[in-house]
Ligand binder design. Structure first.
Ligand code: DAH
Length: 337
């Protein structure tokens, strides 16, 4: 009899290894735990056992029966819990996608700029957002009565007449020329501020990237080549270019760079205002007065400089046609990039 009890226990053990669902658990119960099951069958035969052996065999049988019942109880709980949780999943629903976050389109533009100019040997320089009149205007050859110096265009710091929020990133050119010896090749991304009425095209706070190259014999031809090499990498190889004469106090000669409109293939569209051209940058040869103000001898060195508006370029790249969308932080907009 003891031998038989051991055999049934082995059978129980083998059986539970293969219980994977509630159906097989039920078969297990029917085989071992019900009134006509294997374990009860052993109990029934206890009455034929000599009295002397009864206590020992009874004890073994009890152990077997408790073992089989507790295993059954445990498996039942586990299988029911997992059946419940899996029945809550509607397998026909589309998966939930995690939004991992992404670069803000303005930051992405800056990143792309930095990558291209770094590959051409430019370093990245930064300057303070709160500037003084010397770096923002005087050293850049702005005439004393230039309208940009007016309160209507520039945010001055109330408690200090000297200080203002920089209106462009060009003062960083002054700072780098004051602090380093040529050759200097740097780009300067950053935030700038203007006392503008906010509209679809203008904000009071936006971003620019300036660049400068100071060395012996720097020429306008090199400036053109650099602008073209940059724009081809940023916008594509098949572009056409146009350098239009322009005016900035800190460069002479000055130019504005246009690229052929890549949105309409120069045919004329809303974005290029039906001209076929997109303006992307201002540039020029750094004015000798600026070099002098920064302690660089204009007879010995020359320099070219350029400046880009980041939001404008970002709007062209993304097709966003209202600059305010860039700063509303509406996830429906941001998630698209
Ligand atoms: N600072 C000019 C602006 O805010 C942009 C600019 C034009 C920067 C020509 C330059 C440059 O460095 O050479 O409109």
């Amino acid at each position: 009899m003891i031998e038989e009890i051991r055999e049934v226990r082995k059978k129980v053990e083998n059986y539970i290894e293969n219980i994977k669902d509630l159906n097989s658990l039920e078969s297990f119960r029917l085989e071992f735990l019900v009134k006509k099951g294997r374990i009860q069958n052993l109990f029934d035969r206890l009455k034929d056992i000599p009295n002397t052996e009864k206590p020992l065999i009874g004890k073994e049988l009890n152990i077997l029966s408790k073992f089989a019942e507790s295993i059954h109880k445990k498996l039942k709980e586990e299988l029911e819990a997992s059946a419940e949780s899996s029945s809550e999943i509607d397998l026909s629903l589309p998966g939930r996608r995690n939004f991992k976050g992404s670069y803000h389109p303005v930051l992405k533009t800056i990143e792309d700029f930095v990558k291209i100019f770094e590959s051409m040997g430019f370093i990245v320089a930064e300057g303070p957002d709160i500037e003084d009149g010397f770096h923002n205007f005087d050293a850049l050859n702005f005439a004393p009565d230039h309208p940009a110096r007016d309160m209507q265009d520039t945010f001055f710091i109330e408690s200090d007449e000297e200080l203002l929020l920089r209106t462009h990133t060009t003062p960083v050119q002054v700072r780098i020329m004051q602090s380093q010896k040529p050759p200097i090749r740097a780009i300067m991304p950053g935030r700038v501020y203007r006392n503008e009425a906010i509209s679809a095209r203008a904000l009071a706070e936006f971003h620019q990237i300036d660049g400068i190259y100071v060395d012996k014999n720097v020429t306008f031809a090199e400036l053109k080549a650099t602008m073209i090499a940059f724009a081809k990498r940023m916008y594509g190889e098949d572009l056409k270019f146009r350098f239009r004469p322009s005016y900035f106090p800190f460069t002479e000669p000055s130019a504005e760079v246009d690229i052929s409109c890549y949105l309409c293939n120069s045919k004329g569209c809303r974005v290029c205002k039906y001209s076929g051209w997109l303006e992307i940058a201002g540039c020029g040869m750094v004015h000798p007065n600026v070099l002098k103000a920064c302690g660089i001898e204009p007879e010995e060195y020359s320099a070219y400089a350029f400046g880009f508006g980041i939001e404008r370029i970002t709007m062209l790249r993304t097709g966003i046609d209202d600059i305010r969308y860039l700063y509303d932080n509406d996830l429906r907009v941001l998630k698209q990039f």
